[in-house]
Design a binder for this molecule. Structure first.
Ligand SMILES: Nc1nc2c(ncn2[C@@H]2O[C@H](COP(=O)(O)OP(=O)(O)OP(=O)(O)O)[C@@H](O)[C@H]2O)c(=O)[nH]1
Ligand SMILES: [Mg+2]
Length: 297
């Protein structure tokens, strides 16, 4: 199978040469897309025997990947980053998994223990992987990885709507929902060369918003109906809790002695509703999958 490697690059002049050199003899085609860099990324890419495209202005990673795929001629598309974090040695394994029948291959940074990810990114990644696993009902260790491969014919379906870093996770969830075979390959994750483009709080928030909207759409109606009132109970609980705390701290005595009790009561009800909702949702999804399997067999 002919393979096309897409390298999205935004101000990556420091790392890009080693990335191109490392992958050069491992894929059939390399496509570098310069995302309106203000440094020498484009000029450096042009000195290699690879295809280079350029955005006149910075359009973000997702648009950059799309430009790459649109210009790729391989049957297999591989995404990697231009920052030296993803070693090229796994490319053959990715392609061979696709040849054996996988639809989406993910380079998992959490399966072999060699991980140079900053701690804040690590926490965010674990959280979003759990959320993705909950939404898609399959166990994925690293739904966000930028190192992934799939057959080009599947790109129309895998190209989810997203503007930022939620793209990869949403793509993973979409693949799971479509019943695609997802295979994870354990990879080493190296320390980044050059400065990070990631802004953990801003990007983390965008990603959270994107995934919450997916989670909301994917949660069954019955579960939503059960869980919704818990929002009000949490607000009531927090209100009585904060007033109690305020009275205790400011005046050392509780003017409303029964408020702490109300706070605990409301939070307790909220927790009960949330747990029942989650269980209902899990059971609904499980039943849907059983039904799907029966229909397919
Ligand atoms: N963040 C970001 N990355 C872009 C953009 N356009 C292209 N890219 C490329 O997308 C890839 C991923 O960006 P990174 O900054 O490495 O983000 P990350 O991998 O999530 O985080 P770190 O590796 O920890 O910095 C890199 O190859 C970037 O050069 C853009 O507008 N913003
Ligand atoms: Mg990176």
């Amino acid at each position: 199978m002919k393979s096309s490697l897409i390298i999205p690059a935004y101000n990556e002049e420091e790392a890009l040469p080693s990335v191109i050199e490392e992958y050069m003899d491992k894929v059939d085609e390399i496509i570098v897309v310069d995302d309106g860099s203000s440094d020498k990324t484009y000029e450096i890419a042009k000195t290699y025997d690879v295809e280079v495209y350029k955005h006149a202005i910075n359009k973000g990673k997702v648009a950059t990947l799309r430009t790459g795929v649109a210009n790729a001629s391989g049957e297999v598309i591989i995404f990697t980053d231009a920052d030296c974090t993803y070693p090229a040695e796994y490319v053959h394994q990715f392609v061979s998994e696709l040849e054996k029948g996988a639809d989406l291959v993910l380079g998992s940074r959490f399966l072999n223990g060699i991980n140079n990810m900053p701690i804040l990114n690590m926490i965010g990644n674990r959280f979003f992987s759990l959320l993705a696993a909950y939404i898609s009902c399959i166990s994925i260790s690293d739904g966000q990885t930028g190192y992934r491969a799939f057959k080009k014919e599947h790109f129309d379906k895998l190209d989810v709507s997203a503007v930022s870093l939620e793209y990869e996770t949403k793509m993973t969830v979409r693949a799971a929902k479509l019943g695609y075979k997802i295979v994870e390959v354990p990879i080493e994750y190296r320390e980044r060369v050059g400065t990070s483009k990631l802004r953990p709080i801003r990007d983390g928030f965008k990603m959270f918003r994107g995934l919450m909207s997916v989670a909301y759409n994917e949660t069954s109606l019955i579960a939503k109906t059960i869980m919704m009132p818990s929002v009000f109970f949490i607000i009531f609980g927090a209100y009585f809790g904060i007033i109690s705390l305020y009275e205790k701290v400011m005046f050392s005595v509780l003017e409303h002695g029964y408020y702490p009790l109300l706070a605990v009561f409301f939070i307790f009800i909220a927790m009960q509703l949330l747990s029942i909702g989650l269980i209902m949702d899990y059971l609904t999804k499980k039943l849907d999958r059983i039904e799907d399997n029966i229909r397919k067999s």
